[in-house]
Design a protein around this ligand. Sequence first.
Ligand SMILES: O=C(O)[C@H](O)COP(=O)(O)O
Length: 254
Amino acid sequence: MSKYKVFVMRHGEGAWTKENRFCSWVDQRLSEDGVKEALACGHLLKEAGYQLDVVFTSLLSRSIHTAWLLLEAMGQEWVPVVRTWRLNERHYGALIGLNRAEMALNHGEEQVKQWRRSYDLTPPPIDESHPYFLEIYNDRRYSTCDVSKEFLPKSESLKDVLERLQPYWDGTIVPEIKRGKLVLISGHGNSCRALLKHLEGLSDADIVDVTLPTGTPILIELDENFRPTKPMQLLGDQKAIQAAIRKVEDQELL
Ligand SMILES: O=C(O)[C@H](O)COP(=O)(O)O
């Protein structure tokens, strides 16, 4: 029997999704479509009668704006929004800013798929010569973290993402859910995948085939031991959701 519910969702479409570039820790805003997606999610949850108690986001604007727009559409703007770097998108290292289709041309589609979806492959690290290095590491938001700047990642596999996220899930989010709070996590494609791997008990091989659409709330129902009681549900028009998943998958095609 389900004891707890939690929503996990990838933020609305970001500006760089249109350009097909790895965005990761670069603080791009939502695209116009991304704004619409976030509002639509809020309307969907409102119509279903959900009342949120707390929303967790990353430190990146596209995840925070998604939370704001969603809460506004629900008429629940007063709900606390808690931000943490531990929900940030996976750090794509030296791949940040590069175009996925161009990468496929140079390295092959299979290599790009491995970089994007495998569980334990870490892309080459970012270094000071990278055009976005200073923009990321000089950003004041990263001096507010629970680890000092020099220990923030320079590149991550999905496994690394789960390792930095899980202590926050266990220590901060789970206690809220246990207190009876309805929590929504406005995260990123890969921070949400890492969390879903953990919650759904997916194997390292199975997570490779999980791709998340932008701006789609995923409802997870859990028993008292935080084990899923039914398959996760992607809420909304199922045909449109499948098309949105395919769009993300096809980003590495030539
Ligand atoms: O970092 C990004 O650009 C996206 O949020 C995720 O990209 P991916 O779908 O290539 O993992």
